[in-house]
Design a protein around this ligand. Structure first.
Ligand SMILES: Cc1cc2nc3c(=O)[nH]c(=O)nc-3n(C[C@H](O)[C@H](O)[C@H](O)COP(=O)(O)OP(=O)(O)OC[C@H]3O[C@@H](n4cnc5c(N)ncnc54)[C@H](O)[C@@H]3O)c2cc1C
Length: 428
């Protein structure tokens, strides 16, 4: 039920997927939503490999057909963890839990699509670099406010601050920096370089994303309509062993890995190389009096299983519901619930990502293969399918926090590995 009708005013800073999804959902419910963006995004933005849970968000936004047009149908993900062995995950294993597919998307047109959806729904877009200042509430709490200069860009608000300010500024974390809020930093110290290529062998089956374990990290291959996105994620210190520039490091890492080098010996780089660092971070505080965070501005775990856009857009859904299903007097309590949900999601993703980095998932897969060879038959097949359904449901974003799936995975990674050492498959 929508309680928050106009004239509730919400100012959203950032027009990435989190900000625009929120703007669209709020505007549809009659909230006066204004979103700002400074347009300072690089031409190439990571976040091209999506997971099945997002398809349900596209359906809610009514944009799945358009996403399908600009994107590439993605049937699953393959992890190549050494030259001879791979773990192939098909999203069909999650039938009955989630859509059995996802998409790979080039970020620019994808982000523009959600932006246009928000505007069509009635949200207003103001292109500008938002300037903030701090204020103290009657209770002495330090809070963010739009500067008079930024406020003047929304004449309809007559110089009044909105009822709610949302930080959707991604890794720039505007509110956290302004208010001096602390955060938990993740343990991996990686750097990531990526670019688009053509004249490469495209993954099979068509659209499949490929993750390859490297000597000092891992590499993604994400098939798009007109290019293959190739990115590496490597410990910062190790990266220096491959060259002094981002270009040298990316190319050398591709060349020095057999399955990768064989898949693209004549590759042609179509774009500059874009670099990301220091992205594992979760804020200790995500809301206060009159403000709240969404998407990466609150937290991001790791790119390994592609949870980023899923968290950005599903957190926007959760926040939109918290705003529209409560009066402003109830927002504080609703936002506590929303952030509990967000923290639990990030924790579950971290747990899942850790068993990929730690090699347990691959050791488990090898154990499973050994078992089916030794004890072929219906029971071992049923067990294998059951496990696959749960693990793919978690990685697909549908069962990530489901207690049964999490406990099954914990149990199996603790007691179900025989004859193989997770360290042999770990991504270091
Ligand atoms: C190496 C790497 C690989 C990744 N790969 C994937 C992947 O394959 N799949 C996936 O789902 N996710 C991936 N991610 C994560 C994904 O990119 C992010 O989670 C996602 O983009 C977050 O969306 P967002 O809307 O929260 O923030 P963003 O997309 O960062 O949007 C924030 C917006 O705010 C604007 N802004 C900032 N400050 C201001 C200001 N002062 N005024 C106005 N505007 C402002 C910015 O210009 C930007 O447009 C990856 C991340 C990394 C680091």
């Amino acid at each position: 039920m929508n309680i928050a009708r106009k004239p509730y005013r919400v100012g959203i800073i950032g027009a990435g997927p989190a900000g625009t999804t929120l703007a669209a959902l709020l505007a549809r419910e009659g909230v006066d939503a204004v979103f700002f963006d400074d347009g300072r995004r690089p031409e190439m933005v990571v976040g091209e490999s999506l997971i099945p849970r997002l398809v349900t968000v596209f359906r809610r936004l009514g944009i799945e057909e358009e996403v399908a047009k600009l994107g590439t149908y993605k049937p699953g993900v393959t992890w190549i963890f050494d030259e001879n062995d791979a773990l192939e995950l098909s999203f069909t294993a999650m039938r009955g839990v989630l859509p059995t597919y996802a998409y790979n998307v080039p970020r620019k047109p994808f982000d523009e699509l959600i932006h246009d959806t928000a505007v069509k729904a009635g949200a207003r877009f103001i292109p500008c670099t938002v300037k903030l200042e701090t204020d103290r509430t009657e209770r002495g709490e330090l809070v963010p406010r739009l500067s008079a200069e930024t406020l003047a860009l929304v004449p309809e608000w007559g110089g009044q601050q909105p009822d709610l300010l949302v930080d959707a500024s991604g890794r720039r974390r505007l509110f956290a920096k302004l208010l001096g809020l602390t955060a938990k930093i993740g343990k991996r110290k990686d750097v990531s370089h990526f670019a688009h290529y053509d004249q490469v062998m495209m993954p099979k089956p068509a659209g499949q994303a490929i993750i390859t374990r490297l000597k000092h990290g891992w590499c993604w291959r994400i098939p798009l309509q007109h290019a293959l996105s190739i990115g590496v994620v490597v410990n910062k210190e190790h990266a220096k062993l491959y060259g002094s520039t981002a270009e040298e490091q990316l190319e050398a890492m591709i060349d020095q890995n057999k399955p990768l080098a064989e898949a693209c010996p004549n590759r042609r780089r179509l774009t500059p190389v874009t670099t990301y660092t220091n992205y594992q971070l979760i804020s200790d505080q995500g809301h206060g009096d009159g403000w709240v965070c969404v998407g990466d501005a609150f937290g991001f775990v790791d790119p390994m299983l592609s949870p980023g856009l899923c968290m950005a857009m599903t957190s926007a859904e959760q926040l939109a519901d918290a705003i529209t299903q409560n009066r402003p007097a109830g927002w504080d309590r609703a936002f506590h619930g929303y952030l509990d949900w967000f923290r639990e999601q990030l924790k579950a993703w971290q747990e899942l990502v850790d068993i990929f980095y730690g090699g347990q998932i691959f050791a488990l897969q090898r154990t499973g293969t050994d078992m089916s060879r030794r004890f072929p038959g219906k029971i071992s097949m049923i067990m294998q399918r059951h496990f696959e359904k749960n693990i793919s449901g978690m990685a697909g974003g549908g069962l990530t926090t489901h207690p049964y799936s999490r406990n099954l995975l914990r149990f199996m990674t603790r007691y179900g590995i025989y004859g193989h050492e997770p360290e042999d498959f770990a991504v270091v």
